[in-house]
Design a protein around this ligand. Structure first.
Ligand SMILES: NC(=O)C1=CN([C@@H]2O[C@H](COP(=O)(O)OP(=O)(O)OC[C@H]3O[C@@H](n4cnc5c(N)ncnc54)[C@H](OP(=O)(O)O)[C@@H]3O)[C@@H](O)[C@H]2O)C=CC1
Ligand SMILES: O=C(O)[C@@H]1CCC=N1
Length: 262
């Protein structure tokens, strides 16, 4: 078996969906370990992947660990029984901690986001030399390359990447929800307001990629004495800009805390 995924939660499932739908690894070559029997059964049947027992883990060439950081110390001893390379999505957990608890330096640390489901994750990746020599790094890069963009990143920036990108979909979901609420407040029906807010994020993202600086797009939209500057003035008074900066800082620091593993 080429790949075992331990933890079919929100992210594990997102990656599995992306990997299977893009044909990166044949479903028959993927095994899953997930304590929620109903979810595991439904996913295995729908995607044609195998359900594994803990003792089958040794058959896997590579193991993707996508459980919560707090779960890792408890399951590390049986994960370590597999003679394989490991890829971890866990926020805050360093390659040093992975190597120490898993008893091997064939460890790759990644930080994707839920865009993996639709092939549009941005994923950070890093690994020690041993994982590169064993082909684990290239395997993980190909796996996440199939579900979006991959950025090789020095490990000291991983928690910042997590605070901006890994957590980012949640911030933008709040922005979209709040914009839609604004529309509803001013009389637009909910369904239309939600659609407008979601589409706005998509179109704006595409436009931003074409601009040398994000502020250029803002200036193009903002007519002198017009509607947009009135809206921007309200945004600045509410501290939205500093609120978003503070969100990335707080999430980065939480990643640092999650990584403390004495
Ligand atoms: N969600 C996201 O957008 C992102 C998450 N991450 C990271 O990915 C990891 C997973 O996140 P997420 O998917 O959101 O978390 P979830 O809590 O949704 O998923 C974790 C999964 O692990 C399962 N699990 C718990 N114990 C075991 C065990 N002993 N053996 C096998 N599986 C087990 C859980 O099962 P059960 O539910 O039955 O307890 C659950 O399905 C985290 O470390 C997180 O930091 C990284 C980037 C983005
Ligand atoms: O909230 C979390 O801790 C995880 C990591 C990035 C996104 N979700």
């Amino acid at each position: 078996m080429q790949l075992a995924i331990v933890g079919i939660g929100k992210l594990g499932l997102s990656i599995l969906n992306g990997v299977v739908s893009r044909g990166v690894v044949e479903p028959g070559n993927i095994g899953i370990i997930e304590p929620d029997e109903r979810r595991a059964g439904e996913v295995a049947e729908r995607l044609g992947v195998q359900r594994l027992r803990k003792r089958d883990l040794g058959d896997a060439e590579r193991v993707l660990v996508s459980v919560q950081p707090r779960t890792f110390p408890e399951i590390a001893p049986w994960l370590a029984q597999a003679d394989s390379g490991y890829v971890s999505t866990m926020a805050g957990v360093s390659t040093e901690t992975l190597a120490r608890r898993l008893g091997t330096r064939r460890v790759v640390r990644v930080m994707p986001h839920l865009g993996a489901t639709i092939g549009r994750s941005q994923t950070a990746i890093t690994a020690p030399q041993e994982a590169r020599d064993a082909g684990d790094f290239d395997f993980a890069r190909a796996l996440f390359g199939a579900v979006g963009d991959v950025y090789e990143l020095p490990e000291h920036l991983f928690n910042a990447f997590t605070g901006l990108s890994g957590s980012g979909p949640a911030y933008l979901a709040i922005v979209a929800e709040a914009l839609a609420d604004g529309g509803v407040r001013m009389g637009i029906p909910r369904a239309l307001a939600n659609e407008l807010a979601a589409q706005l994020l998509i179109s704006t993202g595409e436009l931003l990629k074409e601009r040398a600086h994000f502020a250029l797009l803002k200036d193009e939209v903002t007519s002198p004495g017009g509607t947009t500057i009135a809206g921007i003035e309200a945004l600045e008074a509410a501290g939205v800009r500093s609120g978003l900066i503070a969100a990335v800082v707080a999430a980065t620091r939480r990643g640092d805390e999650l990584g403390r593993d004495e």
